[in-house]
Design a protein around this ligand. Sequence first.
Ligand code: SF4
Length: 294
Amino acid sequence: MNVKRAAKYGFCAGVRIADRKVKKFAREGHRGAILGQVVHNERVVEEMRQLGVDTVDALAETREETIVFSAHGVPPSFHARAREQGLRVLDTTCPFVYDIHDEAAAALAAGAHLVFIGDPRHREVIGYTHDLDPADYHVLLRVEEAREIDWSRYEKVRIFYQTTLNAGEFEELVRYIESQVPATRRADTICYATKENQDAALALGRDPEVDLILVIGGRASANTRHLWEICRQHKPSHLIQGVADLDPSWFAGVTTVGLTAGASTPDYVVDEVERALRALAPEAAGESGERMAR
Ligand code: SF4
């Protein structure tokens, strides 16, 4: 079995730094709690738990002295709330996410109505919107939602994308808003790391040598699912969390497997999958047997 990795995959710089900060904190003997998953990857969450940094869903649930804010960022008010609770903060918010907070605040101060293209339940988007007056913004994903809004109320609009989205998929929505409010400006908020992983996944999909692609990442990870969507348009593709999800029946007649991974997938998980694929005996690839043991 040949394995070809995408030219760019896995942890982005923001998540890599967040991961290092939390591990250093744990190595120094501290314990803490992470507000929400540090990244959307179950293996990383479990690894952190074993290091003494468990995940909580709300500040009020924290029993530790330190709360960790993840790379996705939090609403600015959460810093004040943590202080009121007497908590120390280990802030691993990605600087790029902070830039978007700052740009949105500046646009609002300049009188723009804010539009966030993204998932309203995603923590990054909640970070941008939680503290705002609902009259000052919309979170949109579909052009149908935009058509229900009376845009004549807004003189100017500033559009922000959730960093991990594929901007091309929202062109119709953005053009509709621009047609309604001529003074609409788009902020360039798609993260380069996401774009690079997406471009490399597309190249893998178009690579004539690659028969099948495995996309490795957490099922709740938005950017991993986007990579999967790109790959499956070109090649048979499976989204897996790790070796345990591999099914030998997928590899019948397959000579070369392409590998890519979401921005929340640690390198060691990609290494494990590659080792398992290389060890896959040719006859096993023809069987539709049980899933490979981890
Ligand atoms: S995907 Fe980009 S914006 Fe998000 S944490 Fe990584 S580097 Fe930062």
